[in-house]
Design a protein around this ligand. Structure first.
Ligand code: CTP
Length: 426
């Protein structure tokens, strides 16, 4: 099968020119060049993908250096791994020397030696990801498919290449579920059976690698699908949502997608994912994923706010009271709680804070108050707080009104201070 028409149809002209250039270079030096991995799968599925991964039967590092020397591309080379990155103005590409990999034991990093394209494809996760397209002029566009990935695409199957695959790399369990749910494919029968049998091997995978795979799931268009499947298959004990919680999650993820404007959608999903957790189950989850400090804080804060939401349910609340309760929470934590909360008044107040109250600020600074005769110190900070409170509650608006109130507060402060017994003044 020749895919040159598909390459032209789906890749931008600049990328095609780079491909032709590298293909010519490789051919001139007697090397073979291929496009490999996810982009081949996606070209065949007619899904846009510009993640250009090349494999060279030869030497990727010297090839990349030659291309960089004759173009505007910048290159980063990793001779120890036989790989290079070429950065063009509009995009970047990865070139790797074809490699052979063996695993000393389950979960270990692979032992890598140079190999042929077929070796390189044989070390990959699934047949649909183990196809290549030749890019040298003599065979430009020819599909190389030694493991029948095209047949699997036609039958909508995720299939490992050999029975040891999940033992070699148990993160493939998570990857299989991600592709199955993304593409709406099925796990091939033996793959499905081996996947289930090998779930305990995920214990051999480092927390960081599990976290990276989970992040990739959160970057999917509808992550709730793969997350639901992970729970159904009991893949991660730390992520054990009941069918009811999974239904809830699906509804909230959909809402998150439709309401999300700025910031990271994956972070918002993560906050919603842990929403049904208890503080104890959250700690186990954070530990299993070796979650970095900031993300852990964000998730703990999400549950803290969830536990305090009832304070926002009062019949009447001043804006300043809402502000006081919510001012220390990050936007993503507030947004997750707003999406998660089904109590109308609480939802409304969370949105009011995020959309309006959070942005309200006073004109005055500490220096302005010093100019008005306030001594620097904690009292000045207190007056600034009083000014913000008054502004939030609508009793002052303009700079002039703010100054007037500051002077009034100064008089009352001074009066209060004078009438207080000396020892209580502090
Ligand atoms: N790969 C693999 N086993 C892994 C990770 C990656 O065999 N544990 C191979 C697959 O052939 C995959 C390629 O390396 O296609 C590139 O990896 P990655 O970028 O993660 O996958 P893509 O298919 O390019 O990207 P996507 O997640 O969009 O499908």
């Amino acid at each position: 099968m020749n895919l040159s028409r598909k390459l032209e149809q789906y890749l931008p002209q600049v990328a095609l020119e780079v491909i032709w250039n590298i293909g010519n270079r490789a051919s001139q030096s007697g090397q073979q060049l291929y496009l490999v991995g996810g982009i081949v799968r996606d070209l065949l599925l007619e899904c846009p993908n510009f993640d250009l991964d090349f494999v060279v039967e030869g030497n990727a590092v010297t090839l990349a250096q030659q291309i960089a020397a004759s173009s505007s591309a910048r290159t980063m080379t990793y001779p120890r791994f036989g790989t290079a990155k070429l950065k063009f103005d509009a995009f970047a590409i990865d070139i790797a020397t074809a490699r052979n990999e063996t695993y000393a034991r389950p979960g270990a990093l692979p032992i890598v030696t140079p190999g042929t394209l077929k070796d390189d494809l044989s070390r990959r996760d699934f047949a649909i990801n183990a196809m290549a397209i030749s890019l040298v002029p003599e065979s430009y566009g020819e599909l190389v498919d030694p493991y029948h990935g095209l047949n699997d695409l036609q039958h909508r199957l995720i299939r490992i290449l050999h029975p040891q695959s999940f033992r070699d790399d148990a993160t493939r369990i998570l990857r299989a579920i991600r592709y199955e749910q993304r593409l709406n494919f099925n796990l091939e029968r033996e793959t499905s059976q081996l996947l289930k049998e090998n779930i305990p091997l995920l214990d051999t995978i480092s927390n960081d690698r599990i976290r990276r795979e989970l992040n990739l799931i959160l970057l999917e268009e509808c992550p709730e699908r793969a997350l639901g499947r992970l729970c159904e298959l009991r893949v991660l004990p730390e992520l054990a949502l009941s069918p009811k919680e999974r239904g809830w999650l699906a509804e909230k993820f959909q809402k998150a997608r439709s309401q999300h404007r700025t910031g990271s959608l994956a972070q918002l999903y993560l906050c919603l994912l842990v929403y049904p957790f208890t503080p104890e189950s959250l700690e186990k989850f954070l530990c299993r994923l070796n979650m970095p400090g900031r993300a852990s804080q964000m998730l703990r804060k999400t549950l803290n706010l969830k536990a305090s939401l009832f304070l926002l349910g009062g019949e009447t609340m001043k804006n300043s009271e809402i502000h006081h309760l919510l001012k220390d929470y990050a936007p993503v934590v507030l947004q997750a709680n707003a999406i998660a909360s089904d109590v109308e008044v609480i939802h409304r107040r969370l949105v009011l804070f995020s959309n309006e109250l959070r942005q309200i600020a006073i004109y005055s600074t500490g220096n302005d108050l010093t100019r008005l005769g306030f001594p620097p110190g904690p009292e000045t900070g207190e007056v600034l707080k009083q000014l913000l409170k008054a502004k939030l509650d609508g009793s002052i608006k303009t700079r002039a009104e703010e100054e007037k109130l500051a002077i009034e507060l100064k008089t009352t402060e001074a009066g209060t201070a004078r009438t207080q017994p000396r020892r209580n003044r502090r």
